[in-house]
Design a protein around this ligand. Structure first.
Ligand code: ADP
Ligand code: MG
Length: 243
């Protein structure tokens, strides 16, 4: 991490390896006899250290893209190379490893377990990743300190504001030191102050070399990224590179 953070930001996108390469990615959902083509041929390359926003109206296929990128769902046709590996060739154990260690997820609805304290929630991905018990608590507390919640480690989600809950979710996403953060409408349920806090954390993660894919339908949120991919009706409509 120290290595990448010293690399000038302008060198990162053009010079680094693609972490994500979608080629003619298609996804068809079948509900009974009805088929719906949610992705209709997406070509998308994202390089290590990029901060990319995927923007589009409701129903355009953003969450489908996130589920594919996060190996939570599979393509109907086309290919997805993750750090050079064809995801189709990975077995369940490899895929679980990718989801638990290489990718940190942040969702609109936080997805925290209500009966567990903040640090216990942050500990969970480390349990799946097989980190030793003593180390788990130490790292969970450090991650909560990093998101400014060092004084809330024993609070349950219900005792925290929406913004604080999303910061717990960000701590949970970064505690395994993943190379990539995938966030699906992470500020969709937050007020403007909490939105700013969460986007500030993403800025820091980007500065420390993480690849970030941020899904949003809000243009002000997308404007925090360095590249905006506009999606509509399951297709990429246009891309903008920001300064
Ligand atoms: P977005 O996140 O941009 O709002 P989604 O990727 O969630 O869009 O959905 C894209 C389209 O695919 C929508 O029309 C949605 O109704 C449909 N869809 C999403 N998930 C499913 C599913 N599990 N089964 C059937 N249709 C789905
Ligand atoms: Mg969605």
């Amino acid at each position: 991490m120290a290595e990448t953070s010293t690399m000038p930001a302008f060198l990162v996108p053009g010079d680094s390896e693609p972490v994500i390469r979608l080629a003619d990615a298609r996804k068809t959902y079948k509900t009974g006899s009805i088929e719906y083509e949610a992705l209709r041929g997406i070509d998308l390359t994202i390089r290590a250290g990029e901060y990319v926003a995927v923007v589009g109206p409701s129903g355009s296929g953003k969450s489908t893209i996130m589920n594919i990128l996060g190996c939570l769902d599979t393509l109907t046709s086309g290919s997805y190379l993750l750090a050079g590996d064809n995801v189709e060739d990975l077995d369940e154990i490899d895929l679980a490893d990718v989801r638990n260690k290489r990718i940190g997820f942040v969702f609109q609805q936080f997805h925290l377990l209500p009966s567990l304290s903040a640090w216990r929630n942050v500990e969970l991905p480390m349990m799946y990743a097989g980190v030793h018990k003593d180390e788990r608590r130490e790292r969970a507390v450090a991650a909560l300190e990093r998101v400014g919640l060092g004084d809330r480690i024993d609070n349950k989600p219900g005792q925290l504001s929406g913004g604080q809950q999303q910061r717990v979710a960000v701590a949970r996403a970064l505690v395994t030191e993943p190379t990539m953060i995938l966030a699906d409408e992470p500020t969709g349920n937050l007020d403007s102050h909490s939105t700013e806090e969460v986007l500030g954390l993403f800025d820091e993660l980007h500065a420390s070399g993480r690849t970030i894919v941020l899904i949003t339908h809000e243009h002000e949120v997308a404007a925090r990224s360095r590249r905006i991919v506009h999606v509509r009706d399951g297709l990429i409509q246009s891309e903008e590179v920001l300064a």
